[in-house]
Design a protein around this ligand. Structure first.
Ligand SMILES: [Zn+2]
Length: 304
């Protein structure tokens, strides 16, 4: 497949504000306080293993050390910057949650895109983020699943989900069409990741090319109908894309997964065993950092 798909960094419409409020420290002094600021989704780079960072902090360098995260009690909306005492849709205040296009239900269910009815919450945003090339892909994080993503979010989307393998199988002209293809495909394959299974180890390697060929065969009538309706240039099956293998910096997986929640306990402390998806894996449990986007957090290294 085209290598230019991989040249794009992890910026997404929802984390555009992340650099503004971060206050991170030089990597050379990885002891004591190493981060104090509003949590953002970790930025990722497809290296072997994946490189994770928050601001200037390379999170991989904390693996093997005992660290302590403290939620300071303040949450700042990642869109408007207002203080909010509850986070909606991973980092928004209630007002933004109910008015931003990026929080609309069609983002989770792209087949429900209503842009062409002139009811998009923010048509300019929709024009920029939804009316552009999208890909339908297969990923293997806890078994095979189908998903969709903007071209610019490859391979970020796959890494965020903790996939060990991924394969683009369709290119479409916009988000809505990728949603329609996904609806057809998920009659035959899962569309969710089992995050507990994903966090317990590496998935068995799958022949995603063979899964694609099987899916194309099983859905050929529905795909033909979609192609006839929207045109071959809008919906292109990808027969020859390369499977992308993704390796995560994890020293030890846990046998039993318990998850931390800053809303219930503001302190998370343990030895960092690894990072996968947007999760930090401690010897004592896991935390999904993405869920706490906008939370004011400090990170302290307790010992080397
Ligand atoms: Zn807001």
């Amino acid at each position: 497949m085209q290598s230019d798909l991989f040249d794009i960094d992890g910026a997404s419409p929802t984390d555009a504000s992340q650099s503004a409020s971060l206050d991170t420290f030089e990597e050379s002094s990885l002891e004591g306080l190493v981060f104090d600021g509003n949590m953002s989704k970790m930025r990722v780079q497809l290296t072997k293993p994946v490189t994770y960072s928050i601001g200037n902090l390379k999170v991989n360098s904390l693996i093997g050390t005992r660290i302590k995260l403290i939620f300071k009690g303040a949450i700042e909306c990642i869109s408007c910057g207002a203080q909010t005492n509850k986070s909606f849709s991973q980092g928004y205040c209630y007002r933004c949650f109910t008015t931003k296009a990026s929080c609309d239900s069609c983002i989770m269910s792209p087949e429900k895109c209503h842009f062409d009815k002139n009811t998009c919450r923010e048509p300019d945003w929709g024009e920029r983020f939804c009316m552009q090339s999208h890909y339908v892909y297969l990923a293997n994080s806890s078994g095979v699943k189908v998903g969709i993503t903007r071209g610019t979010q490859i391979p970020v989307r796959w890494i965020d989900q903790g996939a060990g393998q991924a394969l683009p199988i369709f290119r479409t002209n916009n988000r809505h069409l990728s949603g329609l293809v996904e609806v057809v495909m998920k009659q035959h394959v899962a569309d969710k990741t089992n995050w507990r299974t994903m966090l317990k180890g590496e998935p068995d390697s799958l022949d995603l090319n063979a899964v694609r060929d099987r899916l194309f065969e099983e859905t050929k009538d529905e795909l033909k109908a979609l192609t006839e309706r929207y045109g071959v240039s809008s919906l292109q099956p990808l027969f020859h894309a390369d499977v992308v293998d993704i390796h995560y910096p994890v020293e030890n997986y846990l046998e039993k997964i318990s998850s931390y929640n800053f809303d219930k306990n503001p302190v998370v402390e343990g030895k960092l065993e690894g990072i996968k998806g947007q999760y930090l894996i401690f010897d004592s449990g896991v935390i999904n950092l993405r869920r706490f986007t906008g939370y004011h957090i400090s990170i302290e290294v307790l010992e080397k």
